[in-house]
Design a protein around this ligand. Structure first.
Ligand SMILES: Cc1ncc(COP(=O)(O)O)c(C=O)c1O
Length: 405
């Protein structure tokens, strides 16, 4: 029995392991120099002024809501083709999460739908770079900012990616059309810290607030204390002293995770390059298969800039005469793991119950969901692995003969 290729998996080198072991032998397991180094290196890599490392990207999205002062009565719109966290972050702060349909090509928010469905109480747009492909950030930002709303880019799928606009190249996290950008370092993502995330911004106020709220709202820097002396029984504010300036959380990354993050960041370009090679091989193999619609780019110039997190073609299961479950089962028996990313979030029971959303709200997302199937994509895939996926998909229209699997 051959081992099943998962749809995504981390790549851990001996250098990564040494970096973590070195950290374990060091005095700091949390709040130490590796986190600072990771934040500095990440900010430099993406071209942002500030990078704030957190325990996962869900926390980064929550912090983004908090620092932008999104509150009850506000609406936050996002894409339905995303992981739950892109929408849940709005609910965490008591705001109303809402969904704007995607364009059927890129499966990112359709700017025309955003504009035509705009509601006055919308205070933030959380745009999602599905599978790694950039949403149309310049157009989305123009629409949001004209209305006085902020724009947050959920670039959890797009670590190390970039896009082209008017002949110039812009990196995710390092362009002017997002007020804040979030990245995830979950093991299936482009680089990993086990669990982990990063919030990046050029905005000094957002950055300071996010740092505070990441750690219980505690300020230790005496020069930025805000309390009147009377708040405390003694006026003495020695080296032990800290102030709680807001209601924060423990969203800290550990030094151990940052050690891995620093080491992985050194390998990011090679991860992205290998992902692009595999995507190119899949595209070439599937382009003429009539029941496979390969993932298309909104802007063909982004071919060499996108850092593919997922390879999610759409399959015509009706043409194949098989259900998606049957296809997944046949592929698994040939050693090919698959996943469906994503069930449109507005169709989840909690969203239906809480906000009255349902079928028909986002027709393009719902139509796309009917065909989506994510195939294995991770840097350590060998040519044999890639060929196995290609061959297994190509023969899906034949009657299964699994005896030689
Ligand atoms: C688009 C998107 N946003 C947010 C998240 C949340 O990331 P994390 O698991 O690091 O909290 C994920 C993770 O799957 C994601 O895919």
């Amino acid at each position: 029995m051959i081992a099943t290729l998962p749809y995504g998996r981390q790549s851990i080198s001996e250098e990564d392991i040494s970096a973590v072991v070195d950290c374990l032998r060091s005095p700091f397991l949390t709040v130490g120099p590796r986190i600072e180094a990771f934040e500095d290196a990440f900010a430099k890599k993406v071209g942002a002024k500030h990078a704030i490392a957190v325990c996962n990207a869900t926390a980064a999205l929550h912090l983004a809501m908090l620092v932008a002062e999104i509150r009850p009565g506000d609406r936050v719109v996002t894409s339905p083709i995303t992981f739950l966290a892109s929408a849940n972050c709005a609910a965490y702060v008591g705001a109303t999460p809402d969904f704007v349909d995607v364009d059927p090509v890129s499966l990112t928010i359709d700017p025309m739908v955003l504009e035509s469905s705009w509601k006055q109480d919308t205070k933030a747009v959380v745009s999602v770079d599905y599978a790694g492909q950039s949403a149309d950030m310049p157009t989305l930002a123009e629409i949001a900012r004209k209305q006085g709303a902020i724009i947050i880019e959920d670039a959890c799928h797009a670590v190390g990616g970039a896009f082209e606009h008017n002949g110039q190249i812009y990196k995710m996290g390092g362009h002017p059309w997002a007020d804040m950008t979030t990245f995830s370092f979950h093991p299936v993502k482009t680089m990993t810290t086990g669990e982990g995330g990063m919030l990046v911004t050029d905005n000094d106020v957002y950055a300071r607030k996010a740092r505070l709220l990441r750690s219980h709202g505690m300020e230790r820097n005496h020069s930025t204390f805000e309390s009147p002396e009377a708040c405390f029984p003694t006026a003495e504010k020695g080296p032990w002293f800290y102030e709680m300036q807001g209601l924060g959380y423990n969203y800290r990354l550990t030094e151990i995770q940052a050690a891995l993050g620093n080491s992985q960041l050194n390998r990011l370009d090679s991860f992205v390059e290998r992902r692009r090679e595999i995507v190119a091989a899949y595209n070439a193999a599937f382009i003429n298969v009539p029941w496979v619609q390969i993932p298309a780019l909104r802007n063909p110039a982004d071919q060499s800039l996108t850092s593919w997190h997922l390879y999610s073609p759409r399959l015509d299961f009706a043409a194949l005469g098989k259900t998606r479950t049957k296809v997944m089962d046949e592929l698994r028996q040939r050693g090919v793991g698959t996943q469906v990313l994503y069930i449109p979030v507005h169709l989840q029971p909690w969203y239906r119950k809480s906000f009255g959303y349902g079928q028909g709200k986002c027709p393009n997302a719902e139509a796309a969901y009917a065909g989506l199937l994510s195939l294995p994509l991770f840097p350590e895939m060998t040519q044999v692995d890639v060929d196995r996926v290609i061959q297994s998909v190509r023969i899906l229209d034949q009657k299964p003969n699994l005896s030689c699997a």
